[in-house]
Design a binder for this molecule. Structure first.
Ligand code: SF4
Length: 372
């Protein structure tokens, strides 16, 4: 599990920065420009990331106008099911499941369809309207796609209204179409970082491979979900580059992960983010891609900390409960945060939603916590 104290983590600059001509940027005007279809440019994006401490909540408020314009007061709740954990031949530096990882995570091969459906329904009962079925590895073999197809069929039969997203790695020809044909709605494949940063975080595949898979999913008619991991040593310029690449991909949904620097991975001990920086990054994504679902994803608890409710003013989506190999906050706390901030869970009127929000153990087939 990631360790570190807030004191050891990144610090806010103490000097109040100003933008360009020395005056704080008028965020309201930026929002008006975005609404008018004048997209955010690189200068505006850089200004967002350089927002002074005393202007950051004004930025959040302005970005929140776009969030409400497109998503009202709803929060889309997503739920992760880790179908296959660890044992990956790839070397992504941020990943606890990577080749050679010494992170203390659960490792297991494919769970069966009954267990996958059982796990997914825990999340659905907790309020999730989208289930994300994830497997570690570079990409699926055709027999893996067949295996996932069987799971999707069972889940769909019992839960006709739930959205199903698959996240299986780099796709080969025909696999996206197969997933679409069995009822998968969306495909997640994160760009993670800027192309100019990519070789620092992975040597076993490249940025273009990731773009190609998102494009293949789009071409097949799957809703593209692609996002970021921030706090990996990227510069602000690279952050802007990555966000603009996601905008250009026209991702329907953009998860923003905040690096969880697992002990036993190359990025162990990397704490570069502050809660206010996380808010600025979310605002950047919202202003760059105003109509996309923006998800506050893994690491929100340890990086946004007490500012998580402010992030909901910008992001319109989150993962409920635990992540793939680590614990999130209690599902009850997530739902309380949504309610306390005046938001509603998307689809909350569905039968049984919220009936069983206690989702704490993702260790499939075991009572052990994922990162125990
Ligand atoms: S391919 Fe996926 S599971 Fe494998 S190391 Fe990279 S991020 Fe982790």
């Amino acid at each position: 599990m990631p360790t570190g104290t807030p004191e050891a983590r990144g610090a806010e600059p103490t000097d109040v920065q100003t933008i360009a001509n020395g005056a704080p940027m008028g965020w309201q005007r930026v929002v008006e420009d975005v609404v008018a279809g004048r997209g955010l440019d690189a200068e505006g994006a850089a200004a967002i990331l350089a927002t002074p401490v005393d202007q950051t909540l004004a930025l959040v408020g302005a970005a929140g106008e776009l969030r409400r314009r497109h998503f009202g007061n709803t929060v889309k709740v997503n739920y992760l099911v880790n179908l296959k954990s660890g044992l990956c031949p790839e070397d992504c530096t941020y990943c606890s499941q990577r080749l050679g990882s010494a992170a203390q995570i659960l490792k297991y091969s494919w769970i069966d369809a009954d267990e996958a459906v059982r796990q997914a329904e825990l999340g659905i009962q907790g309020g999730a309207s989208r289930v994300c079925m994830v497997a570690s590895g570079k990409g699926p073999a055709n027999r893996d796609v067949d295996r996932v197809a069987g799971m999707v069929g069972q889940l769909r039969e019992r839960n006709p209204d739930v959205e199903i997203c698959a996240c299986l790695g780099i796709l080969k020809a025909g696999q996206a179409e197969k997933l679409r044909d069995v009822g998968v709605d969306a495909y997640n494949h994160n760009l993670n970082t800027a192309e100019s940063k990519y070789e620092d975080i992975c040597t076993t595949h490249d940025f273009a491979d990731r773009v190609a898979t998102v494009e293949a999913a789009k071409t097949a008619g799957l809703s593209p979900c692609s996002g970021l991991i921030v706090g990996m040593g990227e510069t602000d310029e690279q952050l802007v580059e990555a966000v603009f690449a996601l905008r250009d991909l026209d991702a329907d949904s953009i998860p923003v992960n905040f690096l969880m620097p697992f002990d036993g991975t190359p990025l162990e001990g990397t704490w570069e983010l502050t809660p206010l920086k996380c808010l600025r990054i979310l605002a950047l994504v919202r202003l760059a891609a105003p109509a996309s679902e923006v998800r506050m994803a893994a690491g929100r608890e340890i990086h946004l900390r007490s500012l998580q409710p402010f992030a909901l003013q910008v992001a319109n989506s989150l993962f409920l409960g635990d992540y793939l190999t680590s614990e999130g906050q209690e599902a009850e706390a997530d739902l309380a945060m949504i309610s306390d901030a005046g938001f509603e869970v998307l689809g909350a009127s569905r039968e049984n939603v919220g009936a069983n929000p206690t989702i704490r153990r993702r260790g499939v087939g075991t009572a052990v916590a994922p990162n125990a």
